[in-house]
Ligand binder design. Structure first.
Ligand SMILES: [Zn+2]
Length: 88
């Protein structure tokens, strides 16, 4: 399945800050830190997208699901993840 690229976005790989396992691929829009991970912008995930985003390898809690009226997103835990930008 090919997703439409969001204008002005770039792809990030989010990995566990503890064991470095890759967790998911995400379309980040704009600059700035990754504090919220909107579900609609996740390209694919190697870990189940549940109420808690947990590293499948080491069990580290990476983020917690939050929901506003409009959107669902993961609230990222500081220092619990790494991001790597992919040029595309
Ligand atoms: Zn881990």
């Amino acid at each position: 399945m090919k997703k439409v690229k969001i204008a002005g976005s770039h792809t990030l790989i989010v990995s566990c800050g503890h064991c470095k396992t890759s967790l998911l691929s995400y379309q980040k829009v704009g600059k700035g830190r990754l504090l919220r991970l909107y579900l609609e912008r996740i390209n694919f995930s190697d870990t189940p997208l549940q109420q808690e985003l947990i590293c499948p390898n080491c069990g580290e809690l990476i983020a917690l699901l939050a929901t506003t009226k409009a959107k669902s997103f993961y609230k990222m835990k500081r220092g619990k993840y790494n991001i790597k930008r992919i040029n595309d």
